[in-house]
Design a protein around this ligand. Structure first.
Ligand SMILES: [Zn+2]
Length: 97
């Protein structure tokens, strides 16, 4: 069975035969402050607020690299906190499980 919009293999069967991409385009929302916002609208707003939205004249590769650097920086910050034994609600460092 294939997606009724793009003819790729369907992964969603309700309310129509759709692929994941097309189902997401039509129905995926996030509930923010009691309002359902299409996820792409919300994602764009979040990226804009972090100055990570696409900039005029920027290539897709440059945009990707800028976002990847931002993500890597956040990851390194988190790892730095673990190595530095940042105090957590569970005590020093991360809990052992
Ligand atoms: Zn589709």
């Amino acid at each position: 069975m294939n997606c009724i919009d793009c003819n790729r293999p369907s992964t969603q069967f309700h309310p129509y035969m759709l692929c994941t991409y097309c189902w997401t385009e039509r129905y995926s929302t996030q509930l923010v402050g009691g309002v359902h916002i299409p996820f792409k609208v919300l994602l764009k707003e979040v990226l804009k607020r972090k100055d990570l939205w696409y900039k005029e004249g920027e290539s897709v590769e440059e945009w990707y690299d800028r976002c990847a650097k931002w993500g890597k920086k956040g990851y390194e910050t988190t790892i730095g906190k673990v190595k530095g034994q940042e105090t957590t609600a569970m005590g020093k460092g991360l809990p052992d499980n």
